[in-house]
Design a binder for this molecule. Structure first.
Ligand SMILES: C=CC1=C(C)c2cc3[nH]c(cc4nc(cc5[nH]c(cc1n2)c(C)c5CCC(=O)O)C(CCC(=O)O)=C4C)c(C)c3C=C
Ligand SMILES: [Fe+2]
Ligand SMILES: [Fe+2]
Length: 340
């Protein structure tokens, strides 16, 4: 018998049950498609030093004086076009992914989800996991391609929380999975399935990844290389006669040079060059969100057809597809080796 098995005094803090926790994390999203909610969200997101890598003393006046007074209204309008009954697509899909993983793992593991910016926050969800008895937690940033602006800031936030704990749980982090056969095979299967439902045969499959400032490549961020490797492996897996592939980077922000080619420029160039039928996919996004549902599916279609393109399809992200959930379950279970 250990001392923990004996009668505990009434003022004794709770003793943990030795459960495993899994926390799925994605970027974050506003609470509502309103300028006020978007302003709060962008204020937190764009104040992150991992996202905007210029000295805060120079950046904060630009952010508070210009960006947060102009961008929220425009972004809120875009969000309102994709908002669902369950709220922001990014949050709703991440929640559904966590619920599916909870069913797959069963009672021995507690699965939850968090947003890096906005709610539910990483510290709140880590507290909840710990309170429900988890002493081992797998932190899973749902970014296949590692990027300091996404993956690293999730780990930073969790470490900040960890630093404030007397009794820390053991923490593991899901590594980037940009070239993992589980991921490439899931993408290929789901893209193949979706291409089979189209009423046209695309000439081009454009693989669009979220952009980053070009200088982050020189600074040693592997993001660009991870995207290129995903694209190369996916192309090899999906190759078929008559289908060309291209890779591009979307969602440019600010005046600095970003990774190229830009998705909007490629859509226009392809249409002007005579491509009539195009499908676009965003393999770097685990869940559909503003950047895929509005920027690609709505604006992208307009850019392509305005420049002479005729048929356009924006494919869904892995979301809660069979292939996507099976991949996620396999990745997470592998990372929990020795724990469950
Ligand atoms: C998938 C990886 C992502 C990287 C890399 C990334 C870098 C990055 N993003 C911005 C600025 C914005 N991104 C916004 C939305 C957004 N970004 C990602 C993912 C990555 N961003 C997602 C999943 C989303 C969608 C969120 C949603 O609510 O659906 C936005 C907000 C929308 C807007 O106002 O346009 C901004 C701003 C920077 C500056 C950056 C790297 C430096
Ligand atoms: Fe972004
Ligand atoms: Fe590279």
């Amino acid at each position: 018998m250990t001392w923990q098995d004996q009668q505990l005094p009434a003022d004794h803090p709770p003793v943990r049950s030795g459960k495993v926790g899994v926390l799925l994390v994605n970027l974050g999203t506003p609470e509502a498609p309103t300028a006020k909610a978007v302003k709060r969200y962008l204020g937190e997101f764009l104040s992150d030093k991992r996202v905007i890598e210029i000295p805060q003393i120079a950046w904060q006046p630009i952010l508070r004086g210009i960006i947060l007074n102009t961008r929220p209204a425009k972004s809120a309008e875009a969000y309102s076009k994709v908002w669902s009954d369950e709220g922001s697509p990014l949050a709703a899909i991440t929640k559904a992914q966590a619920e599916a993983m909870q069913r797959a793992f069963g009672d021995a593991v507690q699965v939850d989800w968090a947003m890096r910016y906005g709610a539910p926050s990483i510290p709140d969800q880590l507290n909840a996991l710990q309170e429900s008895g988890c002493d081992r937690i797998l932190l899973a940033p749902l970014y296949p391609q590692y990027c300091a602006a996404t993956t690293a800031t999730v780990v930073d936030k969790a470490n900040e929380w960890l630093a404030a704990q007397r009794w820390q749980p053991s923490l593991r982090t899901l590594p980037p999975y940009h070239d993992d056969p589980l991921y490439i095979d899931a993408l290929a299967a789901d893209i193949d399935r979706q291409l089979g439902t189209l009423d046209f045969d695309p000439e081009l499959l454009l693989m669009s990844f979220h952009g980053m400032p070009a200088r982050t490549l020189q600074l040693g961020d592997p993001y660009h290389c991870h995207c290129q490797k995903t694209a190369r492996l996916l192309e090899a897996k999906l190759a078929r006669p008559g289908l060309r592939f291209r890779t591009s980077f979307q969602s440019r922000f600010g005046p600095a040079k970003w990774l190229e080619p830009a998705t909007d420029a490629v859509l226009e160039e392809e249409a002007r060059g005579g491509t009539k039928r195009l499908a676009i996919v965003a393999p770097g996004f685990s869940a559909d969100c503003l950047e895929t549902l509005e920027e690609l599916a709505i604006q992208g279609r307009e850019q392509f057809t305005d420049a002479g393109g005729e048929q356009f399809a924006a494919l869904s992200c892995l979301n809660t597809s069979d292939a996507g959930l099976a991949m996620l379950e396999a990745l997470l279970k592998r990372e929990c080796a020795g724990w469950i």
